[in-house]
Write a new protein. Structure first.
Length: 307
C-alpha cells in the first residue's frame, strides 16, 4: 500500500483527499514507477473539476491527481520497449494513474529515461512545460531576431516558452501580474504588467509593426485582446483556448512521445530549457502545492518531492 492524494468525485478543492492504494499493476504499454518527484499543473485541477475528458483511463474514484512525474521503474507491462526495471525515467501519466502518489503507472511510449546529469526534479517539470515550449516554438518556426509575445509569461509553461525563445535568439515580450515580473525579467523578458499598464498600448509602443508570433497561455478575453497585435493571425498559437481558430490562429499541436521528451531533456542539460522551480513541497503538503497553482499565486513551477 502507498499513499496518494486525489479526489473522490468531481468538484472543487473540497473533494480532494489522501488515501491509501495498492501499487497499480502496469497494463499493456505501461511502467510502474516509484515516484520521486511529481510536478503540479493547471491541468490537474481542471481534471479534478471534470472539465477535461478522456485522460482518466476509465479508472474508478478515488482518482489520483497529477499528470507528470519522474521516478524509478519497478515493473513493466506487456509490449514495453526501451525501458527497463531500475531505470530513472520521466513522463506522462496518460492512462489515469495520477502522479501525486508514492507509486504510479506511466504510459511507456510517453516516458523516457532521465539522462545522466539531469536531476529528477528538473526532469519532472519537462513533460508538460518543456515539451509544450518546444511544440509552440517549432510550430511558429520564427527566425532569429523575430518578436514574440508570451501572453501569461509567469507560469511554468510561459517561462519555459520564454527561455527557449530567448535561446533561439527571439525578442520576447511577456504579459503577467506584478508578482510574475521578477522571474520573467531575470531570464531576459521585457515584462508588461497588466495590472499597471495597458497591455495593448505598451505592446504597440514596443513593437509598432506587430508581433511575428504570439503564444497565448491565458485564453478568453485576454486572448482576444492580444490576438490583433500579431502581424499574421495564423501566428497566434493558443495552448489552452481551443476557440483560437475563430480569430484566425491555431491551437498548439502537441507531441507527447518519447522523442520529444528526450529532446526537452537535452535542451535542459544544455542550459537552454531550464525550468524556474519556485516551490518544492513534500507529498503531505500536496493540498497547498495545488492550491498555490489553482489560485494563481505562484510563478514558475511547483513540484512535489515524494521520495
Amino acid at each position: 500500500m502507498g499513499q496518494a492524494w486525489g479526489f473522490g468525485r468531481y468538484g472543487g478543492p473540497e473533494v480532494q483527499e489522501f488515501f491509501d492504494r495498492p501499487d497499480p499493476v502496469p497494463g499493456r504499454g505501461e511502467v510502474l514507477i516509484q515516484v520521486t518527484v511529481a510536478s503540479v499543473n493547471p491541468l490537474d485541477y481542471l481534471l479534478r473539476s471534470g472539465l477535461v475528458d478522456g485522460l482518466d483511463g476509465g479508472r474508478p474514484f478515488p482518482r489520483v491527481l497529477g499528470m507528470e512525474a519522474a521516478g524509478i521503474v519497478l515493473a513493466r507491462g506487456e509490449d514495453v520497449e526501451g525501458l527497463e526495471v531500475g531505470d530513472a525515467v520521466f513522463g506522462f501519466a496518460l492512462t489515469g494513474g495520477g502522479t501525486y502518489a508514492e507509486t504510479t503507472v506511466l504510459s511507456a511510449p510517453n516516458t523516457a529515461r532521465i539522462p545522466e546529469g539531469l536531476s529528477a526534479t528538473v526532469a519532472a517539470t519537462l513533460p508538460v512545460a518543456g515539451t509544450t515550449a518546444v511544440d509552440v516554438l517549432d510550430q511558429l518556426d520564427l527566425p532569429a531576431g523575430a518578436t514574440v509575445l508570451v501572453n501569461g509569461v509567469g507560469g511554468g509553461v510561459g517561462l519555459a516558452v520564454a527561455r527557449l525563445a530567448i535561446g533561439r535568439e527571439l525578442r520576447v515580450i511577456g504579459t503577467g501580474s506584478t508578482a510574475k515580473r521578477e522571474h520573467a525579467e531575470a531570464i531576459g523578458v521585457r515584462f508588461i504588467d497588466y495590472a499597471a499598464e495597458d497591455v495593448v498600448t505598451t505592446a504597440r509602443e514596443l513593437v509598432p509593426d506587430g508581433f511575428d508570433g504570439i503564444v497565448d497561455l491565458v485564453g478568453g478575453t485576454s486572448l482576444r485582446t492580444v490576438a490583433p497585435l500579431a502581424r499574421d493571425p495564423r501566428n497566434v498559437i493558443a495552448v489552452g483556448d481551443m476557440s483560437v481558430p475563430d480569430l484566425g490562429g491555431r491551437f498548439v499541436e502537441r507531441r507527447l512521445d518519447r522523442e520529444n521528451l528526450e529532446w526537452s531533456a537535452r535542451l535542459a542539460l544544455d542550459g537552454v530549457l531550464v525550468p524556474v522551480i519556485t516551490q518544492v513541497h513534500p507529498l503531505s503538503d500536496a493540498p497547498a502545492a495545488l492550491a498555490t497553482v489553482e489560485n494563481g499565486h505562484t510563478s514558475g513551477k511547483v513540484v512535489i518531492k515524494v521520495a
